[in-house]
Design a protein around this ligand. Structure first.
Ligand code: PLP
Length: 282
């Protein structure tokens, strides 16, 4: 111990208290709220989503629903965060920040899905758009949702738009989905469960991919051209985060979807090898 030091130099304060004398400034900069898993590689989940939000000139606030053990070659395991902590942190963020849109990605467990739906209901009822990517498993590796797909229901019902891929459409509806017609039928079934719209992603269809958007105005086919080369890690996260940002900035849904799809294609074409496994979006 050096001179002047006591045996107990610091008293750690574990609770944060608001200083009553301080006047808080009014908020001038809008935020996008991310609710997703932490992929330490930065290819998917919170870190990747935050980059997207930043590119739109918005501020990213984010709550981790789970830690994952992951690198560019795949995902080995998933470790959910306590639902009470996620709910408390969400309450703090929506109270403090000017949240203009929400993106929900992997939720990990049914209990987390319930806690997140409960914590976000008031903001969503107030008109904040919410994009939900119903993540169930990593393309390479671990399951990212413990429990039955039906346990995602409370969050799906809140959504402005949900963005399932073929496997997620099949898991959520219980039907095989392998064609554009089957995608449309499955998307209609899911829309009847509460989301305002369903963007069914056909990236895994044989041949050129077609996405199908089902909203209040009907069904819209959105054909795309496949980019040659290995599929980058985190394409689903990239699309849903970008879509949330466009909605945050006021774009109507169909316009936001078309622009987000085009932007994702450019990012796939510009993919880069940052690790030794799959490339990441450019
Ligand atoms: N890890 C996290 C935290 C994710 O949120 C996701 C997808 O949403 C993935 C991994 C899976 O990404 P991919 O299917 O591209 O491997």
């Amino acid at each position: 111990m050096r001179p002047g030091q006591s045996s107990q130099p610091y008293k750690l304060t574990t609770t944060w208290r608001r200083k009553e004398a301080y006047t808080f400034p009014s908020v001038t900069h809008p935020s996008v709220l991310l609710v997703a898993g932490l992929d330490p590689s930065g290819g998917a989940g919170l870190l990747a989503d935050a980059r997207v939000v930043d590119r739109h000139g918005l501020h990213a606030v984010g709550v981790a629903t789970a830690l994952t053990e992951q690198d560019s070659t795949g995902c080995a395991s998933m470790h959910p965060v306590a639902p009470e902590l996620v709910a408390k942190q969400l309450a703090r963020l929506v109270e403090d920040f000017e949240v203009r849109a929400i993106k929900v990605g992997m939720l990990g467990t049914g209990a987390l899905a319930q806690a997140v739906a409960h914590a976000l209901r008031r903001v969503v009822d107030a008109g904040v758009p919410i994009v939900v990517d119903p993540v169930l498993r990593a393309s390479r590796g671990a399951s990212l949702f413990e429990g039955t797909p039906q346990e995602l229901a409370p969050v799906l019902a809140l959504a402005t738009v949900i963005t399932p891929n073929l496997d997620e459409l099949a898991a959520l509806t219980g039907h095989d989905v392998a064609t554009a017609d089957e995608m449309r039928a499955a998307a209609r079934l899911l829309k009847a469960r509460g989301p305002r719209a369903v963007l069914a992603k056909g990236g895994h269809l044989d041949g050129d991919p077609v996405d199908v958007l089902v909203d209040d105005d009907g069904a819209l086919s959105l054909p795309g051209a496949r980019v040659e080369g290995p599929t980058p890690h985190g394409t689903g996260c990239g699309l849903s985060a970008d879509l949330a940002c466009r909605l945050a900035l006021g774009a109507p849904l169909r316009e936001a979807v078309t622009a987000a799809k085009a932007h994702l294609r450019d990012r796939i074409a510009a993919a880069r090898a940052v690790g030794r496994g799959r490339p990441f979006l450019g």
